[in-house]
Design a protein around this ligand. Sequence first.
Ligand SMILES: *Cc1c(COP(=O)(O)O)cnc(C)c1O
Length: 393
Amino acid sequence: MKSSDWNDYSFETQAIRSGHERTHEDEHSVPIFTTSSYVFASAAEAAERFSGNQPGNIYSRFTNPTVNVFQERLALLEGGERCLAFSSGMAAIMAVGMGLLKAGDHVVSSRSIFGNSVLMFQNFFGKFGVVTDFVDLTDLSAWERAIRPETQFLFLETPSNPMMEIADIKRLAELAHAHDILLIVDNVFCTPVLQKPLELGADVVVHSATKYLDGHGRCVGGAVIASDELIEKAIYPFLRTGGSTLSPFNAWVFISGLETLALRMKTHCENAQALAVWLEGQAAVKRVFYPGLTSHPQHELALQQQAGFGGVVSFELNAGQAKAWELIDATQMLSITANLGDVKTTITHPASTTHSRLTPEARAEAGISDGLLRISVGLENIADIKKDLSRGL
Ligand SMILES: *Cc1c(COP(=O)(O)O)cnc(C)c1O
């Protein structure tokens, strides 16, 4: 079946069957094409391929049949026209910047984005004369005030890490389009199972496939999803020249990850909700940050915008770093790692790990106290997760 034929199918079916056209070997599972280059039938055909007049593979830096299956499938799941895969989530974000920005341009970004994304905008795009202003994710008027004539796009993650704040994608897309600029959303925390930014008006979605898309903590990869025109004009030329290519093996792992994504996200959400409610009842816990709780300030927005509340729960203890570290060290099963989106539950202390490079003032402004812990809730039995946490609570 051609990729366009899958539009009439539901998400779960698309995630399992789309993108793959069987080869002459009639294989049932998607094959891994480990080939760097491709052979042409004649010198004339080689010339046609290189000129772009004839579609087809030339070199695996920019097209590979296994990578293509992952790209077609993820484009369909995000409701976008076209997807390009990259060697990591950061490579995907770099490609967006390299494709869309030039010296003198300006970006408005949420303050609460992945640490390396902040460094990419500040230290690297900044080095080439691009200025980025960082604003409060939920303050719509701050976004509006920050836009200048040179602004090219708005950039955000929602929910944010680790405070789980929610941005109103629809309203920010309206704001961006009123100024003739783009809205770019990092959809790592929700995945297309829980949130489809393109349908809410965003122009570009970026992914770290390393997280929920793989779902088992095995491979590093990323993706950009946007209109055919934007990918063709701005992103594909950078991939072709820059070479931050996803390997066919990693694409193959992500393809099977997508097949169980809907199923996994459902249980991640159920386990996270149960854990958040349980944590709220613990005497040692001051506050729980999870959009599925009615105590969350943007619970209503999350209900409208997301099909589920996600697998990440943060909570603040009635104490500081010593107690937070004690709780982490008292666990026997949970993995002490900053990675997220794994079937295994992970626990981290943001102030001393993921957000340790921020100044204490910046951390305080972002609400990341020394007593804050972040859990990426996995798919183990919820009773075992609670039991492991109760050891130190
Ligand atoms: C991990 C992550 C990234 C970066 O992805 P890598 O695959 O590690 O390069 C970007 N954004 C978010 C929200 C992430 O969690």
